[in-house]
Design a protein around this ligand. Sequence first.
Ligand SMILES: [Zn+2]
Length: 508
Amino acid sequence: MLGLCLCLAGRVVTPHTMLGYLPHRGGSPLLCLWVLLLPLVSLQSPNRHRSPDQGVEDRPKLLLVSFDGFRWDYIYRVPTPNFRSIMEEGVKVEYVENAYITKTFPNHYSLVTGLFAESHGIVANEMYDPALNLSFSMETDSIYDSRWWDEAVPLWVSIQKAGGRSGAAMWPGSDVEIHGMFPTQYLQYNASVSFEARVRKVVEWFSAPEGEAVDFAVLYWEEPDESGHRLGPQSPLMDEVIAGIDEKLGFLLNELKKAGLYEKVNLIVTSDHGMAQLSPEKIIELDEYVDRDLYTWVDKSPVVGILPKEGKLDEVYGSLVDANPNMAAYKRENIPEHFHYRHNIRIMPILLEAKEGWTIMQNRTGHFMLGNHGYDNTIRNMQPVFVARGPAFRQNYLKTSMRSVDLYPLMCHILSIHPLPNNGSLQFIQDLLSSEPTPSTATPPHQTIAPKVSGYSYAPVIGSFIGVVMVLGFLVVYIVLVTVKQRPVLKHRSWEMSQPLLQEDLHL
Ligand SMILES: [Zn+2]
């Protein structure tokens, strides 16, 4: 019986082959029932699109790259042939509205969670959590405390929980244990490791043998952010820095080609934020307006968290609210709604926000930079580059705008991963995807989040209904045939009765 079932499973089952096993042809009734139910078994398999056992060649691959502080318009400033080749072979989005505040840690976590900072909990590069009574600083080991990150689940954790594998080369937060997991493969953060060494690791992870290769990887590089801070984005010296980033991108493309990954791996190249030009003439000195003993300064210009000493909230706020025309002061509950930056206790009771180009300091003895970011995320100079290519993307397609939180559901779609609740929507950027779905994402792009609903709720109901109808039909045929055999006196008449039924069955 088992052997027959396995044999049948390997061939096309048609109504005619089913009839070949009907009892009047000498087949087993149980075998017939199994054959009739066979389509339902495959219809309801929960791992139809994604399985740990799926061949590595068939599984979608995705590499997300961030060049820190690469402003959207840098690619137009000097020849950038490698960015342009991705644009021509894939897609480009001109304006990306990133997450507020436009700083490094909040935005890198938004890219891999689809959440605004108030929801994923990494609200700044420097934070204070009054419930934990802990401080977070990207310049100390405090970032390795999982409690800062556990308010959200990054994509690499979701992939691994779904049976996949991931890799991370220096992406902020990727060397921290989050929800009990590290990426399957990752590099401990070390700024002295070259971009080329990071790329070679990522290519090695994608090229590993079946069962060991990663499905998704993130790759981070510190430039052109560092140069942008030091030189200011308007400096002519930035031209060379930008050209150097394009060369690094060229190195990555070449390594992917050499490894035979270029046509298989979907590649997204973006950034966390842009960069604004500052001026030593545009400095706001808080000491002119409020006694520094009345508050604790959290995070840095141009968006500064102010934690007033106990009972001093109104006094500090009153001193700052109309202090300088180039600085807005908000109580947390009055931060403009479109920033999505209120609902987290790590956001300080008072938020100061400088106008673009202005720097907030306590006095001029503080460290001054010629370039900075963190300002309003609707300011163009705060927005990052975005290009992508690969089997999942359209070719030579330019889109005007998107939000960075929408990238998470898009990446989940490409990887056939169930997206966790997020602030993004695939609907807004589904036009970036090629019309032909990738081999292992059989559902059309507009159903990315829905497939988990439609694929796992309606299909079983419809399948079960069809199955019941087919089984009942089979039983009717079987009962009629048994009746014919067991009632010889009615043989002639029963044969006449059963004949049209069998003929009808043949035309199913
Ligand atoms: Zn950054």
